[in-house]
Design a protein around this ligand. Structure first.
Ligand code: SAH
Length: 464
């Protein structure tokens, strides 16, 4: 058979799964034709149906596992298949960690051209479930099996806007179910409609629940296509009876599209933020500020980032993409000065408050895009940038802006610590830094997202 055997929609074939894509689909080959198979694990042999054929590859879905992978474990969550969240849940935890290490290594090689860069074993969790401190549940009207409509909260099935009702996700806190039930029941009683993205009608879009895992505090923010929820005072009162409920607020988002939160927060009960502790530091966290979702592993991650920074107390440090200052304040205790930069103004307000809360006077925070503030050469007008000894970057998945990397190279810090949540953009950016004279010493993956294919890493670069 030829190397490019074209397959047709609904063709059924048997295939052995050799690897995963970075989004967790199984990869198999038939006569040189690549199949991306949903619901299949490395080591499975499956009978799969072609769902979207292309010229040299096709998307498919496993119908039956004819020979299970030795790493296959049963899924614990009844929604694991439909809900796109836990694409690794049926894969044993040891196998997940092995795959993540290999994935980082291969991506650094393929995209960055790094052949011999040391990728350490992934630092995993002892209990890799119920680790999340935050969930954003979309709310929608769904059709039940008996044909009636019903209001539900849950998660979108992978790559769709089809709502899978989930009230007790195994990655989140058990208590979320009670909160969701109270809000959904209130919506029924007061005839509050969920938002309908097809025509922009309806009110309630998402429910954000965030917990301080150490402090025990809970924040609920209801994201609405309006400014008020009928009967909100009585809803807040009910929610307020839950132990730890510190903050109930509304967020106004009238814009169509996928961005979950709008700009305006309307406090309803308590202040619109909660506090939590990481290590021996306390942090205030507002609804729109970024806060790592797995606090247990965050301590591991930050420990690695600080170790890589190698501070002695005399250094000037930049912490770019600093969020609410969680890494900055930890570094500040071991450095002379820390300058944190972050694009979300509310997160910078939190960061400044967090410095005060912890009595840390040598951390300074600035709101703006890192690529603008660092590239222009000053954080405050008239005060040129001090030359940093260490630069820490922790960008979102798209990685660092090229202009920012060029400027960091010109600033010539002794060390760069790159914290990344996407190995592909890490590989791209390490190539730029490496060509600019920095040597990546090692990459340490940390499993922040068990049961999913996401990987977080810390990489130390030194001036060579
Ligand atoms: N280091 C922090 C935050 C990491 S997440 C922590 O560990 O909690 C990445 C952060 O980068 C987010 O807070 C996001 O708002 C911010 N961000 C995104 N684009 C940015 C940009 N261009 N410049 C500065 N910050 C940015």
């Amino acid at each position: 058979m030829s190397g490019d055997r074209q397959m047709k929609k609904n063709d059924i074939t048997e295939v052995y799964i050799e690897d995963f894509t970075k989004t967790g689909e199984g990869i198999g080959h038939i006569d040189g034709y690549t199949l991306f198979v949903k619901d299949a694990l490395i080591g499975d042999r499956v009978r799969a149906v072609i769902t979207r054929p292309k010229k040299h590859y096709a998307y498919a879905k496993a119908l039956e596992i004819t020979e299970p992978s030795p790493d296959r474990t049963g899924a614990l969550c009844p929604c694991a298949r439909q809900c796109g969240g836990c694409n690794f849940q049926e894969y044993s935890y040891e196998a997940q960690l092995r795959w993540k290490r290999r994935h980082v290594e291969q991506t650094l090689r393929k995209i960055g051209g790094f052949e011999n860069l040391e990728v350490r074993d992934v630092l995993g969790m002892e209990k890799p479930f119920r680790y999340r401190n935050k969930a954003q549940y979309p709310v929608a009207e769904i059709r039940t099996k008996s044909g009636e409509t019903e209001i539900a909260a849950g998660f979108y099935a992978g790559h769709t806007h089809y709502l899978v009702p989930v009230r007790d996700c195994l990655l989140t806190d058990r208590g979320d179910e009670e909160i969701l039930d109270i809000i959904l029941e209130h919506m029924r009683r007061f005839h509050v409609k969920p938002y309908d993205e097809t025509d922009g009608s309806g009110l309630v879009r998402h429910i954000l629940i965030r917990r301080g895992k150490r402090s025990g505090q809970i924040l609920v923010c209801i994201i609405i296509n309006g400014r008020n929820v009928p009967g909100m005072a009585s809803l807040a009162e009910k929610l307020g009876q839950i132990e730890g409920m510190t903050s109930v607020s509304l967020n106004v988002n009238r814009k169509p599209g996928n961005v979950i939160m709008g700009d305006e927060i309307i406090p309803v009960l308590g202040d619109p933020w909660i506090s939590d502790q990481l290590g021996d530091l306390t942090f205030r966290i507002s609804p729109k500020s970024f806060y790592q979702v797995n606090p247990e592993q965050t301590e591991v991650l930050y420990g690695e980032a600080c170790r890589a920074a190698g501070l002695t107390g005399r250094e000037t440090v930049f912490d770019l993409y600093c969020g609410i200052g969680t890494i900055s304040l930890r570094l500040a205790r071991e450095a002379a000065e820390v300058y944190g930069v972050e694009i979300v103004p509310q997160a910078i307000q939190d960061a400044k408050q967090n410095a005060r809360l912890n009595g840390i006077g040598n951390a300074h925070f600035y709101a703006g895009a890192a690529e603008e503030l660092v590239v222009r050469g000053y954080f405050e007008e008239g005060v040129p940038l001090k030359k940093p000894d260490v630069v820490v970057v922790d960008p979102p998945r798209k990685g660092c802006d090229g202009k920012l990397l060029d400027t960091i190279l010109k600033l010539e810090p002794r060390r760069i610590v790159y914290v990344s949540c996407d190995p592909a953009t890490l590989a791209r950016d390490l190539r730029i830094l490496s060509d600019g004279g920095y040597r990546p010493e090692y990459v340490q993956p940390v499993d922040m997202f068990p049961q999913t294919s996401h990987v977080e890493t810390v990489c130390l670069l030194t001036h060579s």
